[in-house]
Write a protein that binds this ligand. Structure first.
Ligand code: NAD
Length: 725
């Protein structure tokens, strides 16, 4: 087996451990790697002739990307005692970096997170390069855990309790500058101007050697070792204040649905008053309380979904490489077209943009450049970025201008006739190998392709609104779309930093098809006498970012009505046409955009307030049900139709893997990550239980009837996630 950790001696008295996993794109602290580190430490600890030890990585952009999450996923059934033993083993290994007879330095270039950051904090000192990729952080709370190899012990002792609470409960990484300010890193090494990666690595190494020698000579590291092994000095009042403010903040952020940050806070507050050894024991015990809990399992599932998506090429033939896209055309410079153009330009892909209306073209061009130039820190576009990106958008009016594009995305009005006329005019101008794609939300890709000379090079590339924020892209395969086209569309979307899923053509594709039964049921509940507050409240308590009634107002009731009619035409047996929705659109109650929908909106505000005239409006559509519905019944009525639709999507093989459903809903509509996805959630309940939950609802009609696939799983005891196995 090839080794990941090599020991060398750049100078006779300087030991250097270099991590570089030849088999992977990142260094991961899998068990065999920890064993290699342990073996090297055993050899080095005996040496009294060393001035110090440096730990570094030669993986470009990565120091250590963390522990091996797949090992965590596989360890789902281990006992509390086994979890404590694993945590203790990792911590006692890293502790040895703070017990050596010489100083230890982590020389960090690239990301250093999770278990990697724990290794780094157990070193006596940390240096970080000024590369924009160099970041240190503890993202464990995003997986429903906290650092369990001594990260919660050591970090507060180095940077102070308050800073550590922010780092560990927030899960965000910080760069070298912030790390130095906090005292987490000793210094920043400027390697960004080095002439080559080898020269940059050498600069960092030289700085680390100098630091080791200075520490060895001054003995400072021995003083901090002593100090950091003690309890943290803090008064009861200070501790109480930090606890109260941090608890309030975390509770507001997590809405009580993510237990890890609060558990990490409570642990750090308590263990701060113990010495280092006792704090380590407390950490392992508290870690075991979280490990393997449903939220932890669900969040690990989301990690695995994302990881799987990164490796998925979109087609069965893994050897089929996507064609590189060097130039993109976008037709229609409205909300979506300008967003798509902005996403391309941001990745330095030149865009040719057009629109039938000159004022839309000018506005779309400006919006694309501004979106690409948005800088998070500046909270807006910066001049430097505007100057960089503006030349990448070319506004044109003639179709012949698209002849140079590798890919042309159409984002004009949602009208089949208009789109088909456009393609007929455009196709002859496109290059022989160019791909044409539509951003349509609902029109059949097969129908749109029917007049094309090259339907094999046509597909849907469905971005979500707003493009800048939404990570999901549905790549829709029409009946004649080729694998090469799909692979290229998937590669293109990934190049924009998106998570594409491949979906077969069909009404609502994937996300809207699953969203619609849920939205539809919200109106059924409303017209049967359940208040808006209770409908939205049930969805939010389940973990949705907003309730379905609020979502109607955000999406626009006219858009929802149109999408609803597509679904109703396709599935009349189970999708009901809502006369309430129709009446609201007729009355100009379109939601946020018309300042009144289900809620009323003040000028310049998107925050809905109760509309006193709504009750009277609703009155004619009310058919109150005799019984008051329990919150659980409301929840079941909202989410079970969504789940049943997902079982039909699976049976019809609209997606290639059940996991695509979960990724699509989490990234497309904000389905709660702490439930792991719709089918992951269903798997935790089990199909048999779901059949039972449907029984009291079956009298509501076909939309609550268990599907053949659900009944099969209930009988066999199989899980949705096993369907592709
Ligand atoms: P929009 O009305 O904001 O923009 C459409 C633009 O296309 C307008 O500027 C219009 O002038 C232009 N246009 C119309 N016909 C044209 C033609 N023949 N040639 C050139 N330009 C033409 O619409 P939008 O919201 O950006 O939607 C565009 C497409 O994206 C639609 O198919 C829509 O269903 C889909 N979509 C919209 C959303 C959303 O939330 N808005 C989300 C996903 C997909």
């Amino acid at each position: 087996m090839s080794s990941v950790v090599t020991l060398s001696f750049p100078e006779p008295d300087i030991a250097l451990l270099t991590l570089d996993d030849p088999t992977k794109g990142a260094n991961i602290l899998a068990r065999p790697v920890l064993e290699e580190i342990a073996a090297h430490l055993t050899a080095l600890e005996r040496r009294s002739d060393l001035a110090g030890l440096i730990v570094r990585s030669l993986k470009p952009g990565i120091f250590i990307a963390g522990a091996d999450i797949r090992e965590f996923a596989a360890a789902k059934d281990i006992t509390r005692e086994q979890t404590i033993a694993i945590a203790t083993e990792g911590r006692t290994l890293f502790e040895r970096l703070a017990r050596t007879p010489f100083p230890t330095v982590a020389a960090i270039d690239g990301i250093c997170v999770g278990g990697g950051a724990e290794l780094a904090v157990w070193c006596d000192r940390r240096l970080m390069t000024d590369s924009p990729k160099t970041q240190i952080g503890f993202p464990e709370v995003k997986l429903g855990m906290f650092p369990g190899w001594g990260g919660t012990v050591r970090t507060p002792r180095i940077v102070g309790l308050s800073n550590a609470v922010e780092l560990i409960t927030g899960g965000e990484s910080i760069d070298g500058r912030a790390a130095v300010l906090m005292g987490l890193a000793t210094d920043i090494v400027r390697t960004s101007t080095a002439p080559s990666p080898a020269a940059a690595a050498d600069q960092l190494l030289q700085a680390a050697v100098a630091l080791v020698r200075a520490e060895k000579q001054s003995g400072d590291y021995l003083r901090t070792r002593e100090q950091w092994s003690q309890p943290i000095v803090m008064s009861e009042t200070e501790l109480g204040f930090l606890g109260a403010t941090a608890t309030a903040y975390i509770t507001q952020q997590t809405k009580g649905q993510y237990p890890a940050p609060i558990a990490a806070l409570n642990l750090m507050l308590e263990a701060s008053q113990s010495d280092e050894n006792a704090a380590g024991v407390q950490e392992a015990e508290a870690f075991a309380e979280l490990f393997g809990t449903p939220v932890n399992r669900a969040l690990i599932n989301v990690f695995l979904l994302t990881d799987r998506n990164k490796k998925d090429t979109g087609v069965a033939d893994r050897g089929l490489k996507p064609r590189p896209i060097a130039s993109v055309g976008v037709i229609g410079a409205g909300i979506m077209g300008s967003g798509i153009a902005g996403a391309c330009v941001k990745r330095e892909l030149p865009v040719t943009l057009t629109d039938a209306r000159p004022e839309s073209l000018a506005g779309g061009m400006r919006k694309a450049v501004e979106e690409a130039s948005y800088d998070r820190a500046a909270k807006g576009p910066t001049t430097e970025r505007l100057l960089k990106f503006a030349p990448l958008v070319r506004a044109v009016v003639a179709d012949s201008e698209f002849a140079r594009c590798d890919l042309v995305i159409e984002a004009v009005v949602e009208n089949e006739q208009a789109k088909r006329e456009l393609y007929a005019k455009l196709e002859s101008h496109l290059r022989d190998d160019a791909i044409l794609a539509s951003n349509t939300s609902a029109i059949s890709i097969g129908r749109l392709a029917s007049g094309l000379k090259h339907p094999e090079r046509f597909c849907g590339i469905h971005f979500f609104n707003p493009v800048r924020k939404m990570p999901l892209v549905e790549v829709i395969r029409g009946p004649q779309t080729s694998d090469a086209t799909i692979a290229t569309a998937v590669g293109f979307a990934k190049g924009l930093g998106k998570s594409p899923i491949v979906v077969e053509d069909g009404p609502g594709f994937l996300v809207n098809r699953l969203l619609f039964p849920y939205m539809n049921e919200a109106l059924e509940l409303l017209t049967s006498g359940v208040s808006m507050k209770h409908v939205d409240g049930a969805a939010k308590a389940f973990g949705m970012p907003m309730g379905p009634i609020t979502l109607y107002d955000v999406v626009g009731l006219d858009t929802a009505l149109f999408a609803g009619s597509v679904m109703h035409d396709a599935f009349p047996d189970r999708v009901l046409a809502s006369s309430l929705l129709e009446a609201m659109v007729k009355a100009g109650r379109l939601g946020q955009k018309s300042k009144v929908g289900f809620f009323a909106y003040k000028e310049k505000s998107d925050k809905g307030e109760p509309d006193p005239t709504f009750d009277a409006f609703l009155q004619p559509y009310l058919r109150p049900s005799p019984a008051k519905l329990e919150p659980q019944t409301i929840t079941n009525r909202l989410f079970l139709p969504m789940l049943l639709e997902a079982t039909r999507v699976l049976a019809e093989k609209k997606v290639r893997d059940p996991r695509d459903v979960d990724l699509g809903l989490i990234f497309g509509i904000g389905f709660p990550p702490f439930k792991g996805g719709l089918l992951c959630w269903a798997d935790t309940l089990g199909a048999a239980k779901i059949v039972e939950m449907l029984k009291p609802l079956e009298n509501l009609g076909a939309r609550f009837a268990p599907t053949p696939l659900l009944l099969d799983l209930a009988k066999s005891g199989k899980k949705f996630y096993e369907l592709n196995a």
